[in-house]
Design a protein around this ligand. Structure first.
Ligand code: CO
Length: 198
């Protein structure tokens, strides 16, 4: 059996297993989704949103891109944010980065990678903004700190969006969280309370 056929087989087993524990699961879920969380994370295969927070289908709305960026002109990400906030009325937006992020580390290098350089430019802006703090760190710590700073900056971008500002103005309960994930131990850390260095 080829690997790709195995995936279809896995899917069959997974759906049957879920149905055996809750026969109405898919039937109910097909009618509506009412997730309380929006996850904005990295595309990295090692950081699967649902699995690392123990949520099942229907529980979390997800947007992922390289290095979990929230760019004010990215209609893809903004459309997800708008739908999640205005229509689904999620209560939490979680921006989740991870240590050892390839996108973040690429932005630290003085090297060209092609098309993605335009995307990584947003992280290079963060490097420049925090150049003093970053310049005092060794290579490992610099990468780790930039992964954190990137999450904080992207969460700020979420907060500064008209979508979130309007939601808060009309009194909709909504919190924005800055989380970072460790590939080494599978644990999440809440960065919201870390003091941001300007
Ligand atoms: Co990454």
């Amino acid at each position: 059996m080829s690997d790709i056929t195995q995936l279809l087989q896995n899917n069959k087993e997974w759906s049957e297993e879920l149905k055996s524990s809750d026969p109405e699961f898919f039937n109910e879920l097909s009618k509506r989704q009412t997730p309380e969380y929006l996850w904005i994370g990295c595309s990295d295969s090692r950081v699967p949103a649902n699995q690392i927070v123990g949520l099942i289908p229907g529980d979390i709305f997800v947007h992922r891109n390289v290095a979990n960026l929230v760019v004010h002109t990215d209609f893809n990400c903004l459309s997800v944010l708008q739908y999640a906030v205005d229509v689904l009325k999620v209560k939490h937006v979680i921006v989740c980065g991870h240590y050892g992020c390839g996108g973040v580390e690429a932005a630290l290098q003085d090297q060209q990678f092609g098309l993605i350089d335009n995307w990584l430019g947003h992280i290079k802006d963060i490097v420049y903004k925090h150049r003093e703090e970053l310049s005092s760190l060794n290579e490992h710590d610099k990468s780790a700190r930039l992964c954190e700073l990137n999450v904080l900056e992207q969460a700020d971008n979420v907060k500064r969006s008209n979508i979130v500002k309007d939601a808060l103005k009309r009194g909709q309960p909504l919190q924005v969280h800055s989380w970072i994930y460790s590939l080494r131990n599978g644990r999440l850390k809440d960065l919201s309370k870390v003091t941001k260095q300007e």
